[in-house]
Design a binder for this molecule. Structure first.
Ligand code: FAD
Length: 538
């Protein structure tokens, strides 16, 4: 039997964004935080480097703003960048209050300000401003926030609940546009329950799983973007997908990043015949910026029709490798690759979704009562290329801002009345799950081949044709069979893929992470790609 629930705030997603929002709400509100798998399943847990913030006395808001604008290829919204950076210090102070064990170092920052945490530097940042917990910052943050949430009786943490679609007044044929909650599959019972809420928050993470190779965990399927689009929200800049150049290529290694520090210490990229290729692409060779290295690898893989290239550090002493890269060494050895003697097979992997659901500074989407925060949103912060460690910061700043906005509106918004149950009367159990598995593979492969790091108009047209066929097939399947997590994710992934392809086709230039051989130069006028479902074909 499906069930009806009512909460003041329904938060879909238990990562950095969702937990920050929930913890910033007052204790008298009933809050549900959903995760479609275990609570730790999002990208947050896997973040390594840290969080960018202006913390050092020698650093300034202006400098962080300028660095972000420089990385963003002319497309950052300066007001969103300034808003985020201006709130960075208080976001970090809040995290420290929550008990996040950031790495301490009283001397390392070279000042006498009394600031006791170690700050590191990353690509694009002109100052040391990355606060971190060793090389496992995401796990440290997630663990601390989860512990706090578990102590709060008003916060219900619900695992294995997959939001299927939002419930809006428009969907129910009522007057008005407001979001009233969501239909949610309970994976334990197999039933779709109805969650009514005064406020609904999408904190569902990114969509990098749309590509064959990704550094992201399995759930990064763009569910929030797809649900928001179906509910009538505009989305923006979905053509900008950030790729990490070196992810381990091995059938059993799902998403293991090989740190850039290896190249920093002299590792060389080679073709299967041992030939180096980076000198042909950039005078900085293996130390060129991330997008250039990823593009060069992609070019060689496509030119030669090879599955991977190789990262070779065997010329360094074995002892040096083992002490500098113990995690990479152990992990690769586990897959039968001794990196002191063998080159590492690597491919670039989709890493971060810069575009998403359009929101303002409080996380409002186009649908009243519906917020989007974290990687699923488009705030204007990242522009055409995300600067390292700005993404977690965005989760905290906007999570807290959206919570404040909800608090300010509490008086005006009541609980929705009883909502209609999910109608499963027309569907049966699927006897052809092979279709889901097949379509899933096909989609991710053609997105990789045709909408990946280097694009052409012809490849994008091919992808557009294929995704339309898949969408038709998936829609038919969805109308006839009971929903499952795989089907829900495939349906969302295919929709988000289509939105990415359309966005990429609209951009007649190369800018930031969008590179097309047909328009290799940027246009003089930098504009966002905004798609509006109210004027769309779907
Ligand atoms: C390997 C790796 C390293 C990274 N390193 C850094 C770094 O050092 N610094 C930095 O700033 N950024 C880093 N990033 C990016 C950063 O981690 C993410 O952008 C950020 O964690 C996103 O947080 P989020 O809360 O938006 O989403 P996530 O943490 O991805 O959480 C999404 C949540 O939504 C839930 N969900 C999704 N769909 C549904 C649905 N339909 N129903 C119910 N629940 C759903 C998931 O179960 C999950 O709980 C890294 C990313 C990766 C993958």
């Amino acid at each position: 039997m499906s069930q009806q629930f009512q909460h003041d705030v329904l938060v879909i997603g238990s990562g950095a964004a969702g937990l920050s929002l929930a913890l910033n709400l007052p204790a008298h509100l009933r809050v549900a935080v959903l995760s479609k798998g275990e609570l730790a399943n999002g990208s947050t847990f896997w973040a390594q480097g840290g969080v960018a913030a202006v913390l050092d006395d020698t650093d300034t808001v202006q400098s962080h703003v300028e660095d972000t604008l420089n990385a963003g290829g002319g497309l950052c919204h300066e007001d969103a960048v300034r808003f985020t950076v201006e709130h960075s210090r208080e976001a970090i102070e809040w995290l420290i209050e929550q008990g996040v064990p950031f790495t301490r170092d009283e001397q390392a920052n070279g000042d006498d300000s009394g600031f006791e945490f170690h700050l590191t530097r990353e690509g694009g940042h002109s100052h040391r401003r990355i606060i971190h917990a060793a090389d496992a910052t995401g796990a440290a943050i997630f663990t601390a926030l989860l512990e706090q949430a578990r102590r709060r009786p008003n916060i219900e943490l619900l695992e294995q609940r997959v939001a299927v679609d939002l419930i809006t007044e428009r969907r129910l044929g009522l007057n008005g546009q407001r979001c009233l909650g969501a239909y949610v599959l309970d994976r334990n019972s197999g039933e779709v329950d109805t969650f009514g809420a005064r406020f609904t928050v999408l904190a569902t993470g990114g969509a990098a799983k749309v590509y064959l190779y990704t550094s992201n965990p399995d759930g990064a399927c763009g569910d929030g973007i797809a649900m928001a689009w179906r509910a009538g929200c505009r989305v923006a800049n979905l053509e900008f997908n950030q790729f990490h150049p070196t992810c381990l290529y091995h059938p059993q290694a799902k998403s293991f990043l090989i740190t850039e520090a290896l190249r920093g210490e002299g590792a060389l990229l080679r073709l299967p015949n041992g030939e180096r290729f980076m000198p042909r692409f950039d005078e900085r060779e293996e130390l060129a910026p991330r997008d250039i290295v990823a593009r060069a690898i992609d070019h060689e893989m496509k030119r030669l029709g090879i599955d991977c290239v190789y990262l070779d550090i065997t010329h360094k002493p074995a002892e040096f490798i083992k002490t500098h890269f113990p995690t990479v060494y152990e992990r690769c050895l586990g897959f039968g690759i001794d990196i002191t003697r063998q080159p590492i097979p690597v491919v670039p992997a989709a890493h971060y979704t810069c575009g998403g659901v359009m929101v303002d500074e409080q996380g409002h989407t186009d649908v009243p009562g519906l917020y989007a925060i974290g990687e699923t949103s488009f705030t204007g912060l990242h522009g055409a290329n995300r600067m390292a460690s700005n993404s977690l910061l965005e989760c905290f700043v906007y999570g807290r801002a959206a919570a404040a906005d909800i608090i300010a509106q509490l008086q005006q918004i009541g609980m929705p009345s009883t909502l209609p149950c999910w109608d499963a009367s027309q569907v049966t159990d699927s006897d052809e799950d092979v279709i889901i598995a097949h379509n899933w593979d096909e989609l991710r492969r053609f997105m990789w081949d045709y909408v990946g790091i280097v694009r052409t108009s012809k490849r994008l047209q091919r992808a557009a044709h294929r995704v339309r066929m898949l969408l038709d097939e998936i829609d038919e399947f969805y109308s006839n069979y009971k929903v499952s997590r795989d089907l829900i994710e495939l349906r969302n992934l295919a929709l988000v893929a289509e939105l990415m392809i359309r966005s990429a086709m609209q951009r007649k230039e190369s800018r930031g992470l969008h590179y097309t051989l047909d328009y290799p130069q940027p246009l003089s006028d930098a504009r966002d790609t905004v798609l509006d479902p109210t004027v769309s074909r779907h």
